[in-house]
Design a protein around this ligand. Structure first.
Ligand SMILES: C[S@@+](CC[C@H](N)C(=O)[O-])C[C@H]1O[C@@H](n2cnc3c(N)ncnc32)[C@H](O)[C@@H]1O
Length: 244
């Protein structure tokens, strides 16, 4: 059943879909594409294999995966407007035969166990109520031996980088986005606190444990861009049941 967090995320992203591709790059100071490239490089998919891109948004990661590996990608997101923009992007890249975008929620995926050869999710976990249950649901649809990889913003650990990060996320971003539109203003004023709150509630070591409890082994993390981004990846255990 759809949650209030789902409804909030849908309203938020429906309101920024049109200019999302350009502005997400600008506001990440053009780091997002580097992070995405590294995320995709960790997936190890064979041509023709089936891949899930969860929180696909405007399908940038899905398109990248389809082009890099020749894989078939299903992109899932709960925002109709982001998916509509994503379909335009898929068509523009001539990938309609390999990338399919569907409406859905990460908390309850409409696919059988072990359906995908690899799964990726980007900027998801700050928008769900139960992080552990959502990670377990994503791991459920991954076949044993397949790779799960995620990308999320992070809070730089070193004071010398954290100061500028706080200045950027708490002052500059809210000011600049306010001048663009009410939708972007909401994103700009919410993003920094949302990232800080997420890591205060779910430190990286706890996140690793959540992945391991979901049956994902060999969990690795790479901090990107002085700690402003984080890619996590691991492999689903062969023949291991998911612990509660
Ligand atoms: C910051 S955007 C990222 C889009 C895309 N992955 C990218 O990197 O450009 C986050 C996306 O997550 C989607 N989303 C948020 N909560 C979700 C949920 N519970 N299930 C599915 N999608 C969700 C939003 O609609 C939005 O499109």
């Amino acid at each position: 059943m759809e949650t209030e967090s789902n409804q909030r995320a849908r309203v938020l992203f429906n309101g920024v879909a049109k200019r999302y591709d350009l502005l997400a790059e600008v506001f990440s100071l053009w780091q997002n594409r580097r992070w995405r490239r590294f995320l995709v490089s960790q997936l190890h998919v064979e041509p023709g294999q089936r891949m899930l891109d969860l929180c696909t948004g405007t399908a940038s990661v899905a398109i990248h995966i389809a082009k890099t590996y020749g894989a078939r990608v299903i992109g899932v997101d709960l925002s109709e407007n982001m998916l509509e923009q994503g379909r335009l992007n898929v068509r523009r890249h001539g990938l309609e035969d390999r990338v399919t975008l569907v409406l859905g929620r990460a908390e309850q995926l409409d696919f059988p166990d072990g359906y995908f050869d690899a799964v990726a999710f980007t900027y998801l976990l700050r928008y769900v109520d139960d992080v552990a249950a959502t990670v377990a649901e994503v791991a459920r649809v991954l076949k044993p031996g397949g790779t799960m990889a995620s990308l999320e913003f992070a809070v730089p650990g070193r004071a010398i980088f954290k100061g500028p990060w706080l200045l950027y996320t708490r002052t500059i971003l809210p000011l600049v986005t306010k001048a663009i539109s009410p939708g972007w203003s909401e994103v700009g004023s919410f993003l920094g606190t949302s990232i800080s709150r997420f890591y205060a509630n779910t430190p990286t070591e706890q996140l690793h444990q959540i992945w391991r409890n979901a049956g994902i082994g060999h969990v690795n993390t790479r901090l990107m861009s002085l700690g402003g981004g984080m890619v996590m990846w691991g492999t689903k255990d062969e023949g291991t049941s998911v612990s509660e």
